[in-house]
Ligand binder design. Sequence first.
Ligand SMILES: [Zn+2]
Length: 308
Amino acid sequence: MNSAVKTLLQEQLQEWDLAAGNYAALETVEVKEAMVDGYTFKVQFNPKRILSSAAKVDPKSIQERKCFLCLAHLPAVQRGIPYTAPSGNGYTILCNPFPIFKQHLTIPAAEHIDQRIAGKMGDMLALAENLTDFLLFYNGPQCGASAPDHFHFQAGNKGFLPIETATEEILANHGTEVGNGIYTLTNSPVHTIVYKSANAAAIEEWFERFFERFQQVAPSEVEPMVNILCWKSNGSFYLVVYPRKAHRPTQFFAEGDANILISPASIDLGGVFITPQEKDFAKLTGDDIKDILQQISVTPDTFNQLIL
Ligand SMILES: [Zn+2]
């Protein structure tokens, strides 16, 4: 499936001006690095992401716009590859026209159903099994998804996100094994759970239990806030879960110099902070990253209850 998807991406860049322009712009984005408590973060100045970072995701705004993930509303030029998960759930693999990764996919469900991860972890693992050159990610409806009303995963090429490129090093330096193959990251600015196992069914079962516990610890009318990364390397699946308590940091709403337009989701938490505005790219420091992450991550007390 990797080669079919890469062919789709190449073809879409030939025939879709919007996508071609945005992928070309990605070649020249500025990147800088910041260390936060021994963890490496990259900061990417990516003006094309303004739509996503500043997206209005309140129910009224969502209701008033046409869903951009329903097949019926896609631009005529956008084509996709249908995928049916072992669960029977259908998806379409699409080129994401507003990339962060050099190969960036959006994978919406065939049906217009709400963004809810319960019962879908098996699909995520199945996609990771098939798309071995990519890492899959999921942003919850209240913490990063620009389309909270249409279920979707995204995927990006491996070799970009620090949590994926340096997983073993990070686990060796910072990991504490709290269960068989289940690790937490010590002193990480964002509470993180990493589950490494060759057994997809075991990961799925653990996640469903974890998510039920999260709902008990921090009840939500929608779903507990999580960002999730998932990929397969050298025979093992890796699942990275970031439990959260807030959508956007105070800096997002601040006026004047204190304002930083940043709306962190899976990619930011995985180690690449996206700033759509140059003023933010220039001033963002490791201390800002730490502060932002601590604001949106669950409290230590909640986290301890989640990993019991
Ligand atoms: Zn839709």
